[in-house]
Design a protein around this ligand. Structure first.
Ligand code: R5P
Length: 318
């Protein structure tokens, strides 16, 4: 089967980087809107029988990017493609993964169904909001995690006196894994949420005094959670606060909140593009392109992805 990489319109810069690592060019598509706003996608190169990797994060504008992903999968399916591999470094809607009050949707499951029903054969993503979202799909899911990229970054800087902070109890597991890679202790924020997109920091549990605190989260959306966490950690006596988050959603004035926060540095992965007007001095992006390219190559060659997931002593392979 011939390999082809197709980019949706959500993150062409990442797709180009991935294709470059693979030594191929992106297969061209025509993406446009009808007068009424409906999405149209046509694959401009023959794909019959081919192993196609479609790169499209479901990031803002979330609904447009989701629909574009679905219609592109449909176009591929109807073109008799060999295999459709969906590469969605950020999968939107995954925060709605359970009913908290009655008569709510479980949108994460709905989106998983939509992608499968459209015709995807497998999907890979980075830091799904919860690991168990993998089970919402009945197709193979390859799930990458973001924290090794950040651990690698700090390891290279040889910073002493780090403490890794989970901004809520749900984030403790990943914070512990990152702390293990860096041989650092962990602490967490005891937080209670009063409404959607609003968070209330209560207290810092663990020793942060005099340390360089690295707060690790999967998503920064409005920036409320992480900046409140940074403030709490700073007030608890941390010498310096740094923020790491996989997905830079950055809604509204989140970039300004980060720039004006107590953190000295804010690291993201490039699973979502950060538009120029949202970039700020403190913000840096680390690229997942090389890892995606390695994974794509292995999947195409029918090789195991196991080695890519064994991070502990292989940080340098990033
Ligand atoms: C919550 O469970 C997530 O891990 C993030 O902490 C949250 O989505 C961030 O949202 P915001 O930036 O709007 O506070």
């Amino acid at each position: 089967m011939t390999i082809q990489v197709i980019s949706g319109s959500a993150h062409p810069a990442l797709s180009k980087k991935v294709a470059k690592y693979l030594g191929i060019t992106l297969s061209p598509t025509e993406n446009k809107r009808f007068a009424d706003g409906e999405t149209y996608v046509r694959i401009k190169r023959k794909v019959r029988g081919d192993d196609v990797f479609l790169i499209q994060p479901v990031c803002p504008p979330v609904n447009d990017n989701l629909i574009e992903l679905l219609v592109t999968i449909d176009a591929l399916k109807r073109a008799n493609v060999g295999k459709i591999n969906v590469v969605t470094p950020y999968l939107g809607y995954t925060r709605q993964d359970r009913k908290v009050v009655s008569r709510e949707p479980i949108s994460a499951k709905l989106v998983a169904n939509l992608i499968s029903v459209a015709g995807a054969d497998r999907i890979f993503s980075v830091d799904l909001h919860k690991d168990q979202i993998q089970g919402f799909f009945d197709i193979p899911v390859d799930h990458f995690v973001g924290y090794p990229f950040f651990a690698d970054y700090f390891k290279r800087q040889k910073i002493k006196g780090l403490v890794i902070i989970a901004p809520d109890v749900g984030a403790v597991d990943k914070a512990r894994k990152m702390a293990t890679l860096l041989k650092a202790p962990i602490a967490f924020i005891d937080k209670r949420r009063s409404a959607h997109n609003k968070s209330e920091v209560l207290n810092v549990v663990g020793e942060v005094k005099g340390k360089i605190a690295v707060i690790l989260d999967d998503i920064i959306d409005t920036g409320g959670t992480i900046t409140a966490a940074a403030e709490a950690v700073f007030k608890s006596g941390a010498r310096e606060v740094k923020i790491c988050a996989t997905h830079a959603i950055l809604s509204g004035d989140a970039s300004d909140k980060l720039q004006n926060s107590s953190a000295t540095e804010v690291l993201f992965l490039d699973t979502i593009p950060i538009p120029k007007d949202k970039m700020r001095k403190k913000i840096k992006q680390l690229s997942v392109a090389k890892l995606l390219a390695k994974a794509i190559k292995r999947i195409h060659e029918g090789k195991s992805l196991g080695d890519l997931f064994t991070w502990e002593d292989k940080l340098t392979q990033l």
